[in-house]
Design a protein around this ligand. Structure first.
Ligand SMILES: *Cc1c(COP(=O)(O)O)cnc(C)c1O
Length: 389
């Protein structure tokens, strides 16, 4: 069922046993990538066969790392609609604009993808307790899948994270610790307890399988566009798993003969209040310096340092993409524009993609006849305080 063969370090290329528990590369402390026997997978399944399968991300099980389906923790994640944004397009006078609506995932964000697959694989490998530092949505998603598996879950969030994020984790049975500072500070405290209490660290890209869940975004965009890819993908970037994951998915699909070598230009959007990837992209460096004093209302983008920084930057460069920072002041009004034209209540991170689109179009970086996909990564419900009463 799964054609998972081994793990490979994204930096030094070291190969590791697929069926042991791993976090980062033991040699260079960089992220590990799951590798598959794609030749065998291509013989085992075709896009046509996939078309008739369940409408969750598990439809791509041959290229996911779970060996035995009884460990799949499923709440209906994935296979979200790719919406042709007709009324928004008309208002903007731009024809081929699509929105991938990730807000309808379990726990209302695309974090469900990564954490469904990561929790399932950890469950399969016999992990006894989870630990996760989070800016908000990742904690809620992990709490849900941990509950489904009956595995204790410890979440660490900045103390100023809005109430709905905290309430959600508590309601889903997780142990919540609020930490002074940012997600990076939460990460430090979580790491200390991981060593002390033998928990499994599910931080972004510090284990190999959240990326596998997020890569299904790439499989879905391709499938939903008839096994073609758009010209431009705009992605609100924090830790970057979705962006890096999609890029990996495109290579896998090409190797299986499902798509051609044509790739979209990948765009990272961040907030002006926390834009480490934008700065590193502009300075043409391999890694990103941590962003001091990170502040933005888009909680998912409040990530001052990313373990996968070099993978994000590699993706942007290989794809002839770009990185752009947008001001927080534009986000709510832009979310409202998506809301009143498309009927979607989107999070500020999602709104950031439309702000970026407008700006790149103005610069003629996006051409009038191109096909563009915006990622609405979460619904607005957990951010309702930003709208006030
Ligand atoms: C986490 C998050 C992001 C950023 O995703 P990464 O994969 O960490 O880059 C964007 N939007 C929302 C709503 C999020 O929760």
């Amino acid at each position: 069922m799964s054609f998972f063969i081994h793990l490979e370090c994204a930096m030094c290329g070291k190969i590791l046993n697929a069926d042991k528990i791993h976090n980062l590369c033991p040699d260079c402390s960089k992220p590990l990538l799951a590798r598959y026997d794609l030749e065998a997978a291509a013989k085992a399944v075709t896009p046509k066969e996939i078309a008739g399968r369940e409408e969750t991300l598990w439809r791509y099980r041959e290229v996911l790392p779970i060996r035995d389906s009884k460990f799949q923790l499923c709440l209906g994640e994935g296979f979200t609609p790719l919406i042709k944004a007709t009324r928004l397009s008309r208002e903007l006078n731009f024809e081929k604009l699509y929105i991938k609506d990730e807000g309808i995932n379990p726990t209302n964000s695309f974090k469900a993808r990564g954490l469904s697959v990561a929790a399932s694989r950890a469950y399969e490998l016999g992990v006894k307790a989870f630990s996760i530092p989070s800016a908000g949505n990742a904690a809620g998603a992990l709490s849900a899948y941990a509950a489904l598996a009956g595995i204790p879950c410890h979440v660490f969030m900045p103390q100023d994270v809005p109430v709905p994020f905290i309430a959600e984790c508590r309601a889903l049975g997780a142990e919540v610790k609020l930490v002074e500072g940012l997600i990076s500070d939460a990460g430090k405290i979580a790491a200390k307890e991981v060593a002390q209490y033998d928990r499994f660290d599910v931080s972004t890209l510090k284990e190999p399988y959240r990326l596998e869940g997020k890569k299904t975004l790439g499989y879905e965009v391709a499938e939903q566009m008839g096994w073609y890819l758009p010209d431009v993908i705009i992605y609100p970037t924090g830790g970057g798993t979705g962006l890096v994951g999609m890029w990996k998915a495109f290579d896998e699909m090409e190797q299986m003969g499902w798509i051609s070598s044509k790739r979209p230009r990948m765009v990272t959007v961040q907030s002006e209040g926390c834009a480490p990837m934008v700065r590193a992209f502009e300075q043409n460096t391999e890694f990103a310096e941590p962003w001091a004093g990170a502040a933005t209302i888009a909680d998912g983008l409040r990530v001052p340092a990313a373990v996968g920084d070099f993978l994000i930057l590699r993706t942007l460069r290989e794809s002839n993409g770009t990185a752009i920072a947008v001001p927080d002041e534009t986000l709510i009004q832009t979310a409202n524009q998506i809301g009143r034209t498309q009927g979607l209540f989107v999070s500020p991170e999602s709104a950031a993609t439309l702000v970026a689109f407008n700006s790149l179009r103005e610069q003629s970086w996006i051409k009038e006849d191109e096909t563009v996909v915006l990622f609405s990564t979460g619904s607005g419900h957990k951010y309702a305080h930003l709208w006030g009463k």
